[in-house]
Design a protein around this ligand. Sequence first.
Ligand SMILES: Cc1cc2nc3c(=O)[nH]c(=O)nc-3n(C[C@H](O)[C@H](O)[C@H](O)COP(=O)(O)OP(=O)(O)OC[C@H]3O[C@@H](n4cnc5c(N)ncnc54)[C@H](O)[C@@H]3O)c2cc1C
Length: 324
Amino acid sequence: MIGQDVKNYFCMLWKKCPVSDSFSGMEIFNQIKQIDGCEYFENIDLTRYTTFKLTSVGNLVEVKTVEALQKLLPLLTERQKKYLVVGWGANQILPAQCEELLIHLDFNFDSTYLESQRDEYILPSSLGINHLTSHAVKFGLKGWEVFTGIPASLGGAIYMNAGTNLGEIGKLIKKVQLVTPKGELREEIIHKESFAYRKNLFVRPGEVIVGATMIHSGVDESIPQKIKDYLEYRKKTQPLATKNCGCVFKNPLKDLPAGKLIDLLQLKGVGIGDLRISPKHGNFMENSGKASWDQFESLVGLINFEMDHFYGIEFELEVKIPYH
Ligand SMILES: Cc1cc2nc3c(=O)[nH]c(=O)nc-3n(C[C@H](O)[C@H](O)[C@H](O)COP(=O)(O)OP(=O)(O)OC[C@H]3O[C@@H](n4cnc5c(N)ncnc54)[C@H](O)[C@@H]3O)c2cc1C
């Protein structure tokens, strides 16, 4: 009975996400290879492109410049080839066989730019936000403590409006540059309604964030210590040394953490194969070796079945899966 319900839950998920792909063989890939600044890899192991490291295979293009992306996206759009951007892959799950073309950005960044303090920072989306945290520690930038310890590229953090209980990154973003599926550059001026809890409200389908202008609220000498303390707190409360994807589910309400509910159902430590619910934090899943997409599906289904049965709640996934 439980097995059937779990299956139904996932059938329902997939029905929401029809796959259509009129990809026409090798020709498009040959065209991608000819774009200066694009490096194409076929049928490779994608496992290392996500922090969860579920086994996955597929095609990937590494994009080195904005101009290259401006040529790539129209090509894919014309051919109706589905694509997916992966930053640090800290909030993504890839299926065993990834049907979409993965786009990984690796823009050049001169690290000396962060050697001095500025009022505004113009940054590429592929930059790891750990560099920004180090910069905030060095100069005591007020506001930048909110993303302490979050593994992310700047683009992924903006897309997800990443945050901690100290705040969200959206408050620090002034402008965002994007490339549209037609290859045009678009600038979004950020305002109060640009972000919501763990999501942005301005990236249109198929658009890719390529850069952003970031601000801060001045200098505060207590910031370096605040960041160090928060990193310590994270180490104690989250299984940071394991292969995971951060919080799997969104909190159903602001003051009702998903992890707490999973804990109350005594599901911590429950696992399937190489995958288990973290004994340290109920909203984290840990991959101890070669966990698979199927095992992830089963564990999510099991949790949601129990949640529905005992509390009448169904969790929404925070982690991104293709077509969802
Ligand atoms: C140990 C751990 C702890 C975590 N703790 C937190 C936390 O405290 N708070 C929090 O908010 N999150 C947390 N996360 C989740 C994750 O770090 C964030 O969601 C982060 O913002 C993901 O950034 P990324 O670069 O890895 O994006 P990815 O996971 O690669 O992508 C996430 C989404 O953004 C899209 N995307 C990525 N880059 C771009 C781009 N350039 N243009 C358009 N779309 C793009 C992707 O297509 C995908 O839909 C944690 C994850 C881990 C593994």
